[in-house]
Ligand binder design. Structure first.
Ligand code: ZN
Length: 136
């Protein structure tokens, strides 16, 4: 995948900026609470479990399985025309947290819940590297 004109890209927030910066460096790191060790993704100011503001950015394996997915067959945005069908997947990492992403190199009809996947760092602009997933 490469950047396409008009393709909507993530805009880092104050809370998610470290997530995107680590991705640019080729690392998948997720926010984890220093008090109760709960992962929080997407990143946020406060731990969803205990309310602590103390957190760290922990490197995770990038390995997991497809927890759920949906296939889009009709372009709902002009920049997606010619790129359908595509699948939006929810990957459950071995560490537990789930990420919403896309698969690369897997035909939509070959996707199954439980499929083993691993992260692939795909730079789509100078600022944004996406954590996509491929079969492992
Ligand atoms: Zn906590």
């Amino acid at each position: 995948m490469s950047a396409r004109p008009g393709f909507p890209l993530p805009v880092p927030s104050e809370d998610s900026a470290p997530f995107w910066e680590y991705l640019r460096q080729g690392e998948l790191r997720l926010q984890r609470c220093l008090v109760c060790a709960t992962f929080a993704h997407p990143p946020r100011l406060m731990c969803p479990e205990c309310g602590s503001f103390e957190r760290e950015w922990v490197a995770v394996s990038g390995r997991g399985t497809v927890y759920s997915y949906v296939v889009t067959r009709q372009a709902i945005h002009p920049s997606f025309e010619g790129h359908t069908p595509y699948a939006t997947v929810v990957v459950e990492l071995t560490e537990g947290p789930r990420l919403t992403s896309n698969l690369i190199d897997v035909a939509v009809d070959d996707i199954q819940i439980g499929l083993s996947v691993e992260v692939a760092f795909v730079a789509v602009s100078d600022e944004v590297t996406l954590p996509l997933f491929r079969r492992s």
